[in-house]
Design a protein around this ligand. Sequence first.
Ligand SMILES: [Cu+2]
Length: 141
Amino acid sequence: MRLSLLALSFFASTVAAESITVYKSPTCGCCTEWIKIMESKGHDVKVEHPFNLQESKSQLGIPKQLASCHTAVIGDYLFEGHIPEQDILSFLADPPVGAKGLAVPGMPQMSPGMASPGQRYSGFRVIGFNADNQYWLANQY
Ligand SMILES: [Cu+2]
């Protein structure tokens, strides 16, 4: 019984695991906290410290108004800032047509990587965006 449960949870985490590249500044601690959360959920995170982070954001295609401290790239999609893992997984499970990714602009205090462990996420929005600079509300905490 114990073994099969373990096998099941291993299988579940294997299925959901994403290969993520995160672009961040070497000195930003909240990005590292967000990365730790993603790793604790089984994702494989590779970290890059570009010389000019703002330039790399615009090269990747992050709209200026949606910018946060770190940019995560998963496949063809961009995930800007302190987005809860659950929102990333639901997006990837069924990406809206034409969507480029999701963003939590700025660094909201009660978001993953900013809030203390165990605190409830609140007071921020998860915004979807596309290449035409159109935004929509994907989720709200
Ligand atoms: Cu940060």
